[in-house]
Design a protein around this ligand. Structure first.
Ligand code: NAP
Length: 270
């Protein structure tokens, strides 16, 4: 494996690649030497990402698809695989939080919509990926989950539950598919500055308050997720399966703000 181009010769499908984290992963994969199929609903944005991939010297296949439509997702997967002559790695990234609020204020419809965007397409995509990769002698799958799925996430209960379910699938499928040579991993970002979080970043006091909770005192950028995504798709990660790599500036592992204050841990003490 070339360290300069750790994904040389690989063919990747990235969902939710029209912007944000998915776009950054698609471009990083191309820089790392992979051909990339980019999937989302916004065809014009996908064409622009595909052009950026081609400018990096790699083949690109834009595939317009709403992942909440299972039949379209299956057809789009085939378009991506046919367009690149097969797939070696699949990134399950499309998703987001549609509803926030106290759990008791959220409705069954909110859960149906959250599951419909985050979890049901993930189940469908993992099945498509597993069948394709098994038939082709193996490969890897990466899901973009969230630290919300790793612990308590007040006001994001439904989103957190959908991501926790994908973490569970990641761990189970890593075991089920190991013999088929398929590695299954996830990255769990904390706060990343994208359109998804623009409801927070659009309000400077909210943006700053959320950053202040992060031990690194900052928001992540989509590019903060890409090196991990490249690594987990590369042959250098051949022993990594079932892993959930946290990328959150320390947010999910810290002591509570109160405990940190009592112990004198913080910027002033650093
Ligand atoms: N930003 C964060 O702080 C953060 C933290 C942890 C995890 N994540 C996860 O990271 C992933 C990417 O989020 P992001 O922050 O990059 O958000 P984003 O900027 O809103 O991008 C979301 C991507 O998903 C696509 N998408 C949304 N609905 C879709 C649908 N029905 N069918 C197909 N594609 C769809 C969007 O493209 P179109 O609109 O063109 O379809 C877009 O490319 C999500 O799974 C999110 O839960 C984000």
């Amino acid at each position: 494996m070339s360290l300069a181009h750790p994904l040389a010769g690989k063919r990747a499908l990235v969902t939710g690649a029209s912007r944000g984290i998915g776009r950054a992963i698609a471009l990083a994969y191309a820089e790392a030497g992979a051909d990339v199929a980019v999937l989302a609903r916004d065809g014009a944005a996908l064409d622009a990402v595909a052009a950026d991939v081609k400018n990096l010297g790699r083949n690109a296949v834009p595939v317009v698809c709403d992942v909440t439509d299972p039949d379209r997702l299956a057809a789009a997967f085939d378009e991506a695989a046919d367009g690149l002559g097969g797939l070696d790695t699949v990134v399950n990234n499309a998703g987001g939080f549609q509803h926030s609020g106290a759990f008791l204020d959220l409705t069954d419809g909110d859960w149906t919509r959250t599951r419909g965007l985050n979890l049901d397409p993930a189940v469908g995509l993992l099945r498509l990926a597993g069948r394709h990769l098994a038939a082709n002698g193996g490969g890897s799958v990466l899901s973009v989950v969230s630290i919300a799925g790793l612990g308590g996430a007040p006001r994001l209960s439904l989103y957190a539950a959908s991501k926790a379910a994908i973490i569970s699938l990641t761990q189970t499928l890593a075991v089920e598919w190991a013999e088929a040579g398929i590695r299954v991993n996830a990255v769990a970002p904390g706060w990343i500055d994208t359109k998804l979080t623009s409801g927070f970043t659009g309000h400077p006091p909210v943006k700053e308050a959320l950053a202040a909770e992060v031990p690194q005192q900052r928001w992540g950028a989509p590019e903060d997720v890409t090196a991990a995504a490249v690594f987990l798709a590369s042959d250098g990660a051949s022993l990594a399966t079932g892993s959930v790599l946290v990328l959150d500036g320390g947010l999910s592992t810290q002591l509570s703000a109160v405990a940190r204050g009592l112990l004198g841990i913080g910027r002033a003490a650093a």
